[in-house]
Design a protein around this ligand. Structure first.
Ligand code: V47
Ligand code: SF4
Length: 361
């Protein structure tokens, strides 16, 4: 018989919990008890240190051949509001970011029907040339799959070309919910969950680190969330290539997904519970990130008492969440993030993309 007490005992003994036990946690009414357990697991792994970085997002185009139903960012090529940045603009943004102390440029975009493979290589070279101190974290597994088809190259060959041009790691987007039933409702044109995992496995084999996300709070059930995390945990057991898990809270405005019911979404409580269960279940992930853009800075700060040890970065200009109605700020200054962490009784650590410590405060 699974009870919260039996799960607590297991977790405190350092044992891995099962899918059924993760479901019991999701259904458990005592949020603070789950949070306390997750915080203890995190403290054992990471002490009281909380990471953030100084970064800038560049969304090079919003034109996309996929039309995911949860996405308010993408446009048809001839639709009003469609854009594609040129290399000069990308260069300027990278130079500006480096001058402001950024150590990372986070680049993702839509699947543009017309840009050639060379554009992507040039974009990486351009950012690298802007400043040698910038780490280029770019392209979701969805974009990597698209680029390999565009270039008519195998995945390993595509990754080698991108690496040579300056790609240093990958973000975790495009995972959504990996299970087929939900994925078919959310984003039927997108690569399957199996393919997303296959691409990530190749990424890790190419000695590139990546992140992993989960889009939650739409049509999925708790079971779908646990199934998603199980697939990530299994791949992580094989490769160890994921750095951090990032649950992304669905932002519903301006999206084609008109939901009468969001079966499991329970506001801030659900946000905190999801982060805490992830910390407990994903025992082979070192870092759990509260992405303040989707959660808002207040919930992200409170999440530091629920097993979270990373607040992402300064971001500067964010389009994907804000086009979908996120009411968080566009950017946070380094001092604001430091202050949020300090006021939560934790120790702020500025990191680079690969979690090397750069500065303490
Ligand atoms: O791939 C799209 C998701 C992702 C919506 O790896 C939405 O460090 C919520 O992956 N509501 C992009 N989410 C963001 C992302 C990310 C962000 C910060 C850090 C990292 C990292 C990765 O956002 C997309 C998609 O999964 N998304 N639309 C929406 N309406
Ligand atoms: Fe395109 Fe990504 Fe939006 Fe899907 S989530 S429509 S792949 S930009």
């Amino acid at each position: 018989m699974i009870s919260f007490a039996s799960i607590t005992e297991k977790v405190r003994a350092g044992q891995r919990i099962t899918d059924e036990e993760a479901l019991v946690l999701f259904e458990h009414p005592d949020l603070l008890a789950i949070g306390e357990l997750a915080a203890a697991v995190n403290e054992e792994k990471n002490g009281r240190r909380v990471f953030f970085n100084v970064n800038r997002h560049i969304n090079y185009t919003n034109v996309c051949v996929n039309r995911c139903r949860f996405c308010a960012f993408s446009r048809e090529a001839d639709e009003s509001g469609a854009y594609a940045l040129d290399l000069a603009e990308i260069h300027n943004r990278a130079v500006e970011a480096a001058a402001q102390g950024a150590t990372e440029i986070h680049i993702v975009g839509g699947l543009h029907p017309d840009l050639p493979f060379d554009f992507y290589l040039e974009m990486l070279r351009t950012v690298r040339a802007a400043s040698p101190s910038l780490h280029v974290k770019a392209f979701t597994a969805v974009e990597i799959d698209y680029l390999s088809r565009l270039a008519c190259l195998s995945l390993p060959e595509t990754l080698q070309e991108l690496k040579k041009a300056g790609l240093s790691s990958l973000p975790g987007g495009g995972a959504e919910i990996l299970g087929k039933e939900v994925r078919d409702q959310l984003c039927p044109e997108k690569i399957s969950g199996e393919r997303w995992l296959e691409v990530m496995e190749e990424v890790h084999r190419a000695e590139l680190k990546s992140n992993a996300t989960m889009l939650y709070g739409h049509v999925e059930s708790y079971r779908d969330r646990v199934d998603h995390m199980r697939r990530l945990r299994e791949l992580q057991d094989r490769t160890g290539g994921f750095q951090v898990f990032i649950p992304l809270a669905f932002q519903p405005e301006n999206t084609p997904l008109k939901l009468e019911r969001r079966p499991e979404y329970g506001g801030g409580v659900d946000d905190l519970k999801t982060l805490a269960v992830a910390r407990i279940y994903l025992d082979n992930f070192q870092h759990i990130k509260a992405y303040w853009v989707m959660l808002g800075p207040k919930i992200a700060q409170v999440a530091l008492a629920f097993g979270v040890n990373d607040l992402d970065g300064t971001v500067v200009e964010e389009k994907i969440g804000h086009d979908a109605g996120a009411d968080s700020p566009q950017a946070m200054a380094r001092e604001d993030i430091v202050n949020l962490i300090r006021k939560a009784g934790r120790e702020p650590v500025e990191r680079d993309t690969l979690y090397n410590e750069l500065r303490t405060f």
